[in-house]
Design a protein around this ligand. Structure first.
Ligand SMILES: NC(=O)c1ccc[n+]([C@@H]2O[C@H](COP(=O)([O-])OP(=O)(O)OC[C@H]3O[C@@H](n4cnc5c(N)ncnc54)[C@H](OP(=O)(O)O)[C@@H]3O)[C@@H](O)[C@H]2O)c1
Length: 282
């Protein structure tokens, strides 16, 4: 529906913002629920972010998502960040509270777990070790999510080992760091493998990972969703592993913000996936 003058308005900060799928995602839910609202791209360069984000209440906006490269700056800019956002070290969802203050939250952990449980319904945290490849913002959220879900052992593998150690420190004794060169060995007995690097994305090199040691019952998931079927997922599917693509993580992480701004708990459906994929990604 076309917004009226009373519409609730939210958006997504990014630089650039034109590749974000979030306007289509939230636009679908607004239509689905007949809500008088709007969700818009907010392209803001890094040097202006701290100033612009403080204008959300003055502009009468309900809040915003935050994507690259602003997630850490958002943590520093809000009046209060919830515990999960502070542990992860990044804010991707901002809620303007009734008193005009900014609450920072992080929905990537919830998005990751929601997508995994939907795509691999037989996976259980206690099934065994999880291997996380990568140590950036996505890996931090995923490590915290899997730790909180009760995974007994987290194996963090990253090209830059010192960054893997930082992620391991987030989750303490249940984690261990493996060298990037040893990543094939990290597959031994794993129940879950997560690609949280940018490898495999259209235009980037594929993730070079030997899956021979991975048990056939393990689940494999990717944070990359362009393409949906990454070379990692194609290789894992070919050997019979349950595979979960990265689009669902994006869709599930959007639920937290939508509920806070527009007052309705939205669902992730096949119709939503088809609609979001039907766009040109811009
Ligand atoms: N599906 C979703 O909802 C969702 C949400 C967030 C992010 N993501 C995706 O997750 C991925 C990571 O995002 P991020 O925000 O965590 O990015 P980031 O902070 O920039 O981290 C990038 C990671 O990729 C690794 N990497 C990059 N090039 C590499 C190479 N040539 N060889 C080995 N490792 C390499 C980096 O290793 P070093 O530390 O050694 O540089 C680092 O661990 C991106 O593809 C992003 O689109 C998806």
């Amino acid at each position: 529906m076309t917004p009226t003058g009373r519409a609730i308005v939210a958006g997504v900060f990014g630089w650039p913002a034109k590749h974000s799928l979030s306007p289509r995602l939230h636009g679908y839910w607004l239509d689905e629920h007949g809500i008088d609202g709007a969700y818009i791209p907010l392209p803001v360069p890094p040097e202006s972010f701290a100033q612009v984000v403080r204008l959300l209440p003055a502009m009468g906006m309900a809040g915003a998502n935050v994507t690259l490269p602003h997630k850490e700056a958002a943590l520093a800019s809000v009046d209060e960040a919830d515990e999960l956002a502070r542990r992860i070290g990044a804010v991707n969802t901002i809620v303007v509270r009734a008193d005009g203050s900014l609450l920072g939250r992080n929905s990537d952990a919830q998005g990751f777990i929601g997508n995994l449980r939907e795509g691999a319904p037989d996976w259980r945290p206690e099934d065994g070790p999880a291997v996380i490849l990568g140590a950036g913002g996505a890996a931090r959220a995923i490590a915290v999510a899997l730790f909180d879900a009760g995974v007994p052992e987290l194996r963090i593998v990253n090209r830059t080992t010192s960054r893997a150690e930082d992620v391991a420190a987030l989750v303490g004794g249940r984690s261990q760091v493996s060298l990037w060169l040893d990543r094939a060995r990290a597959m031994d007995g794993a129940a879950l493998v997560v690609n949280a690097t940018s490898l495999g994305m259209t235009g980037a090199a594929p993730l070079d990972l030997d899956l021979d040691r991975l048990p056939p019952g393990a689940a494999v998931t990717d944070t990359v969703y362009t393409p949906l079927e990454t070379p990692l997922l194609a290789a894992a599917r070919a050997r019979g592993n349950v595979c979960v693509d990265g689009l669902g993580m994006l869709l599930h992480q959007g639920r937290m913000g939508f509920a806070a701004w527009f007052g309705v708990e939205p669902a992730v459906s096949q119709g939503l996936r088809d609609f979001v994929l039907g766009g040109d990604g811009a």
